[in-house]
Write a protein that binds this ligand. Structure first.
Ligand code: AMP
Ligand code: TRP
Length: 322
């Protein structure tokens, strides 16, 4: 079964990315899985070129440290395989302006800035190209990518109806808990790489003291009643989901084991530190070995190029390109 997923090198990996995506990638990876650092997607917002380059390497190292094994799965950088941009153009001529302007993430990001880039609008088409190039069956992603994934499915079906059966229609896969990790200070807002919230975001590479402090200061509520309830107790529900994401339990089962918020927070911090500390350690070793990382990315791109090329040629030919 072919699995594909992607992640933007637009900032440091946080526990939302880890629980929503990367932890499932590592757990289910096989020789049929591809994971992509989507640097072309990062260009949709302002990013300094040197920063983008460094963050791409940082993220490759962080993904390996978090458990992706390049001798099993294929790990590569999107811009190294030119078919992504090429298929994206073909799919832009299948997608409609109306369906792109209806995307929630586009509306939210466009609202925050003047003169936003056209790439911000066409971003989900590039994401569809990423997925469809590899005849992907499953796409493990967090909850925020649901709508984009639906679009990828729609584009695949429309293309197949119009030009012949070229693409596999993919399905999205969400983790059983923590598919949407919220900001610890503002539990109605998604934990995010692009919005800086110093106390609200736990990074995978945070030192133990920082993790302890952030969990301790996480916003909860004043009634002190231990119950899993997103509507009325979002701060607590978020902590329970995060706990469940790390421990593999269900959030309501976690709630049943604790009576005091303080105890939950203390154990949660410990749980997070125990899982993340070895990742930080491996990251530091890997990051110090530049050439090895380049070699991994080059091998990954070569494998990906081979698969993507075959699909691209078929799609282009089906549309009448000669
Ligand atoms: P991004 O950082 O936007 O490239 O996201 C990479 C992956 O992490 C995608 O699968 C997202 O759905 C997932 N993700 C990002 N933020 C969160 C979050 N706050 N909670 C759960 N998953 C997330
Ligand atoms: N848009 C995704 C995000 O911001 C990243 C992404 C790009 C992706 N291409 C993808 C995820 C293909 C899954 C499959 O999180």
């Amino acid at each position: 079964m072919r699995v594909f997923s992607g992640i933007q090198p637009s900032g440091d990996l946080h526990i939302g990315n880890y629980l929503g995506a990367v932890k499932q990638w590592a757990a289910t990876q096989s020789t049929d899985s591809l994971y992509c650092v989507v640097d072309l997607h990062a260009l949709t917002l302002q990013i300094d070129p040197a920063t983008l380059r460094t963050q791409t390497d940082d993220l490759l190292a962080a993904l390996i440290a978090a458990g992706l094994d390049p001798s099993r799965c294929t790990l590569f950088v999107q811009s190294h395989v030119s078919y992504h941009a090429q298929l994206s153009w073909l799919l832009e001529c299948v997608a409609t302006y109306g369906e792109l302007t209806r995307m929630t993430q586009f509306k939210e990001k466009a609202e925050r800035q003047e003169g936003y880039r056209v790439g911000l609008l066409t971003y989900p088409v590039l994401m569809a190209a990423d997925i469809l190039l590899y005849q992907t069956d499953q796409v493990p992603v967090g909850d925020d990518q649901r709508q984009h994934l639906e679009l990828a499915r729609d584009l695949a079906e429309r293309f197949n109806n119009r030009y012949g059966a070229i693409f596999t229609v993919p399905v999205g896969v969400q983790p059983p808990a923590a598919a949407r990790v919220m900001d610890l200070q503002e539990p109605t807002r998604k934990m995010s790489k692009s919005v800086s919230s110093p106390l609200g975001t736990i990074y995978v590479l945070d030192p133990p003291e920082a993790i302890e402090r952030k969990v301790k200061k996480a916003v909860t509520d004043t009634d002190g009643e231990m119950r899993f309830d997103w509507d009325h107790k979002p701060g607590l529900a978020n902590l329970l989901e995060i706990y469940a994401g790390f421990s593999g339990e269900r959030p309501d089962a976690v709630a049943a084991r604790f009576s005091r918020y303080g105890d939950l927070k203390r154990e949660l911090a410990e749980l997070i530190i125990t899982e993340l500390a070895p990742i930080a350690e491996r990251y530091r070793e890997l990051r110090a070995s530049g050439p090895e990382l380049r070699g991994i990315a080059n091998d990954g791109a070569e494998k990906a190029r081979h698969l993507a090329g075959a699909t691209y040629q078929r799609a282009a030919a089906a549309m009448g390109l000669s």
